[in-house]
Design a protein around this ligand. Structure first.
Ligand code: PLP
Length: 224
């Protein structure tokens, strides 16, 4: 018990310090506790230590955990979503961070409509340009936004990105900055107020917070 509680406290303090450093309020940064590699008992410990938001990257794994934990947590899908898993995803996830195509949005809209839900989503952007990464290219994001916004049973709240794995977190900073600038540009062009920036993981969350992250997705620093 002590271990996970201690780790959470440490992560929370580090988020606060990065907020202080950049003149932000810690209330504006939500911690998504990534449980993809955690046992159910560890997730229970995290919940007992005050965790509310859980991130999973695979729908199948999340279904099993959701059966045990259900409404005691708010569920976030942070990994790539295949259209054949959308039905289950829409049932259990409050926020889907990984929408990167019209095809996927269309299926989410259809499944959400079926159960009378408006599904909140983020658009995943490939800010690093790595071939291996999912996400829409930065210069195609506006176009995707314009198309996805038309779906009545989807509500877009912002953007998500995954920085490259680098030895020095400073090297991830340009990706985070790019995502923030992209959000501000979209808001200015579309006259909208998309606010969420889902960015920052164990290796780089402090830099992400400095660059304006409003949701950090952290696994290993909590369940190490
Ligand atoms: C696994 C994962 C995380 C958490 O990574 P850690 O290094 O364990 O903090 C965050 N975001 C996504 C999309 C992930 O797949």
């Amino acid at each position: 018990m002590a271990m996970i509680a201690e780790n959470l406290k440490d992560v929370t303090q580090r988020i606060s310090r990065s907020c202080e450093k950049s003149g932000r309020s810690p209330d504006d940064v939500k911690l998504i506790c990534v449980t993809k590699e955690a046992e159910l008992s560890q997730i229970e410990e995290a919940l007992a230590s005050g965790v509310r938001n859980i991130g999973e990257n695979r729908v199948q794994d999340a279904l099993v955990k959701h059966n045990a934990i259900g409404g005691r947590a708010i569920w976030h899908l942070i990994g790539h979503l295949q259209t054949n898993k959308v039905k289950d995803a829409v049932r259990i996830f409050s926020l889907i961070h990984s929408v990167d195509s019209v095809r996927l949005a269309k299926e989410i809209d259809a499944q959400a409509k079926r159960i009378d839900k408006v599904q909140e989503i983020l658009i995943q952007v490939n800010t690093s340009g790595e071939e291996s990464k999912f996400g829409v290219a930065p210069d195609e994001t506006l176009k995707l936004f314009k198309e996805v916004r038309l779906y009545p049973d989807i509500s877009i709240s912002g953007l998500m990105t995954i920085a490259p794995e680098v030895d020095d977190p400073e090297k991830a900073r340009p990706c985070f900055r790019k995502l923030r600038e992209l959000r501000d540009e979209l808001n200015s062009i579309l006259n909208t107020q998309y606010s969420i920036l889902s960015m920052g993981m164990t290796n780089d969350f402090e830099v992400a917070v400095e660059e304006g992250s409003t949701m950090v997705r952290i696994g290993r620093a909590i369940f190490k």
